[in-house]
Write a protein that binds this ligand. Structure first.
Ligand SMILES: NC(=O)c1ccc[n+]([C@@H]2O[C@H](COP(=O)([O-])OP(=O)(O)OC[C@H]3O[C@@H](n4cnc5c(N)ncnc54)[C@H](O)[C@@H]3O)[C@@H](O)[C@H]2O)c1
Ligand SMILES: [Zn+2]
Length: 400
């Protein structure tokens, strides 16, 4: 056997060195459709048929309970879809409901109940877990599915704008734990993502516009033309213009997916997290408010805050910050919350603790994404807290 010579002094005791390297391509479709569970819609069937088998695929559906209360016919339609396509799909139990919203991610016991059910029904790792819901239910039930048999096939059916253009199209799941928001979770790429535009018609206003904040996020750091277009269409998003919103969802999902595909770090081994632009403050606001402030609302405020800070640093022209603020205001984001001015015990703004939380989440060193010119980004390792505090004051006075 060839002996690999040891290189440096630290390797002096290594007698053999074998280098292992794996490259695993993950391929999953992100399709946009309308009325997925209409028996005449072949989309879900087509996904299952990618793996042709003599027996129907065993599958279990998890439905966001908040979605079901807005759309009570859904469980029955899901069941009926299985009956209409019984040659390829076998629901092993009636649809399971999972309480929606952030509370979905605080309930470890529910994760284990789903794990137990999947095992009890003798589903294998080639069986399917079809999750229909907002980002929180996708995260929590997706985490359970990622644990059984070291990862089952997950088909995500995101049901909010934010889940369709951001939370539901990526490769992560998550639960909240003692370490805070998303403290627990795995990377588990889905088998497919099926975005059903018809589900959006049931959304309350705040979750209808939630995904628009994430679109501004990618626009500010990735595309000046997309930013201008989002600003120009602000009133249409507010006025429930479905065509404008659907176009925004597709474009934003494309940017999001292209980023995950092309930046060379889908499982976030490095420190940079461009898709978390504006999120250090957003996550802190959500937690400080006990999740009264939704993720989308918090992101809108977080973006505006970091854009103001960027303008103080000379990285972003003031006119772009004004355009952002006006657009977010027109769309209907409240932007200002009492939590922004809450003080910590040492008298500093409690919000700034979000920077420390973010640093810990990244593994010890801070790396925050900011725009550097409209549509371009940079990573910043240090934040001037005095300047950031001034940015908070400006946000409160200008947007309030
Ligand atoms: N995994 C990721 O990569 C990733 C990325 C971004 C965000 N997230 C997570 O996503 C979550 C936010 O997701 P969200 O904005 O979709 O909100 P959400 O999941 O909290 O859902 C918002 C509310 O809408 C209800 N609902 C869902 N679909 C509905 C519909 N069609 N009609 C009526 N009501 C409906 C839910 O029951 C809930 O009450 C956060 O927990 C965030 O951390 C995850
Ligand atoms: Zn987000």
């Amino acid at each position: 056997m060839p002996k690999t010579p040891s290189a440096g002094k630290n390797e002096a005791r290594v007698e053999y060195a074998i280098r292992q390297q794996l490259a695993v391509p993950f391929v999953y479709p992100v399709w946009f459709t309308r009325d997925l569970f209409d028996a005449a819609n072949p989309t879900l069937r087509a996904v299952l048929e990618r793996d042709a088998r003599p027996e129907p695929h065993r599958a279990l559906a998890v439905l966001d309970a908040g979605l079901v209360s807005a759309y009570p016919a859904l469980p029955e339609r899901v069941t009926a879809y299985g009956a209409a396509h019984a040659d390829v799909l076998n629901w092993v139990v009636p649809p399971v409901q999972w309480p929606g919203g952030e509370a979905a991610k605080n309930d470890c016991a529910r994760v284990w109940r789903l794990v137990d059910l999947i095992v009890e029904k003798r589903m294998c790792r080639h069986s399917f877990v079809v999750i229909v819901g907002g980002g929180a239910v996708l995260d929590a039930a997706g985490f359970a599915a990622a644990l059984v048999h070291r990862g089952m096939r997950v088909i995500r059916v995101p049901s909010t704008t934010l889940a369709q253009n951001d939370a539901g199209v990526g490769v992560k799941n998550g639960l909240n734990g003692v370490g805070g928001k998303n403290a627990i979770g795995t990377f588990h790429p889905p088998y497919a993502v099926l975005n059903d535009f018809a589900l959006l018609s049931h959304l309350p206003f705040i979750h209808w516009i939630g995904g628009v904040a994430e679109a501004f996020k990618v626009a500010l750091i990735k595309s000046a033309p997309f930013f201008r277009e989002c600003c120009a269409r602000a009133a249409r998003y507010r006025d429930h213009d479905a065509a404008a919103l659907e176009d925004l969802i597709v474009r934003c999902a494309e940017f999001h997916l292209a980023h995950i595909r092309a930046n060379g770090d889908p499982f976030e081994t490095g420190r940079a997290r461009p898709l978390d632009f504006g999120h250090w403050a957003a996550h802190k606001l959500e937690v400080m408010s006990g999740f009264r402030i939704s993720h989308g609302e918090a992101v809108a405020t977080g973006l505006l805050l970091d854009a103001i800070y960027a303008s103080h640093q000379g990285w972003l022209a003031v006119r772009h910050v004004t355009a952002l603020r006006d657009a977010l205001h027109t769309i209907g984001f409240p932007l200002v919350y009492p939590e922004l001015q809450q003080r910590a015990a040492d008298g500093s703004l409690a919000l700034l603790g979000g920077l420390d939380d973010f640093r810990e989440h990244l593994g010890g060193a801070l790396c925050v994404t900011f725009p550097r010119g409209l549509g371009r980004k940079q990573e910043v390792q240090e934040i001037d807290r005095v300047l950031m505090q001034r940015a908070v004051e400006q946000l409160v006075s200008a947007a309030g």
